[in-house]
Design a protein around this ligand. Structure first.
Ligand code: IPE
Ligand code: IPE
Ligand code: MG
Length: 247
């Protein structure tokens, strides 16, 4: 069982939960609203679920906000998502220190608008001042699992070419250090709302031994009770990591 009790005898929540925040568009369409209204509602759900995860003792929450493939959407939809990110980052700059929330980005920030990148740098700086024990939210922006692996490989190759590293030094731990998730333990539980049973290029390296939880609920309707159900399902799993279940 994934069952682990903390000092108080309660089942400890997963240390790292990752969420593919999917279904914003369908949630809006069902209500006769524009897709952007779904993104707005989804952003509020992120705020609510991040607060809940922090309160119940989850250490890391990683969310898929915008994939390397999402640029193929209309310019209006992409701009609306970027505007929402800006709004929440501005708010985060003011509140993360007070609320002890570390914020980190996974993904290639190069094509992101300078204004948003500057804000991300600001939140990175605030995060540096917070304790490593504080709750950490990782936002995947212009993120693709394959892209992350290719960028890591490129950086390692550059280090080899510059004589800083040797190819034979590369092992799984050394490679992990070149990924965007450097220093963050692998997710224990990956949740995908909205009924799709796929990863869509999310955390391909890190998902090796994650437990998966799928639900038909669209992300804007995802709530604390739904998170409790996902965590309960996680606790009922038998994580063997290739070993044999202990009697
Ligand atoms: C997830 O919701 C948000 C992003 C991908 C940015 P979608 O926009 O994919 O919603 P559906 O899947 O179309 O319902
Ligand atoms: C995955 O959702 C990306 C995010 C939630 C940010 P998509 O809606 O882009 O994935 P597909 O197209 O259904 O695979
Ligand atoms: Mg989708």
């Amino acid at each position: 069982m994934a069952e682990k009790r903390n000092e108080t005898g309660r089942l400890a929540p997963p240390r790292h939960i990752a969420v593919i925040m999917d279904g914003n568009g369908r949630w809006a369409q069902k209500r006769g609203l524009p897709r952007t209204a779904g993104h707005k509602a989804g952003a509020e759900t992120f705020r609510k679920i991040a607060t809940y995860c922090k309160n119940i003792g989850v250490k890391y929450l990683t969310v898929y906000a915008f994939s390397t493939e999402n640029w193929s959407r209309s310019e209006a939809e992409v701009s609306a998502i970027m505007a929402l990110l800006k709004k929440y980052l501005l708010e985060a700059v003011d509140t993360m220190e007070r609320d002890h929330i570390r914020l980190h980005f996974f993904g290639d920030m190069t094509p992101i608008a300078p204004e948003l990148r500057a804000l991300a740098r600001e939140t990175d700086e605030i995060t540096e001042h917070l304790s490593r024990d504080d709750f950490q939210a990782n936002v995947c922006l212009n993120y693709g699992g394959r892209d992350e692996i290719v960028r890591a490989a490129r950086r390692f190759a550059a280090d080899c070419a510059a004589g800083r590293r040797k190819p034979e030094e590369l092992d799984e731990a050394a490679f992990s250090d070149y990924l965007d998730s450097r220093g963050v333990p692998d997710p224990d539980l990956i949740i995908r709302p909205s009924g799709e049973l796929r990863l869509s290029n999310f955390l391909l390296w890190q998902c090796a031994y994650a437990e998966f939880y799928y639900t038909d609920t669209h992300w804007p309707d995802f709530d604390e009770a739904e998170m409790d159900r996902a965590i309960a399902a996680y606790h009922a799993r038998d994580r063997r990591f290739g070993g044999v279940k202990q009697p």
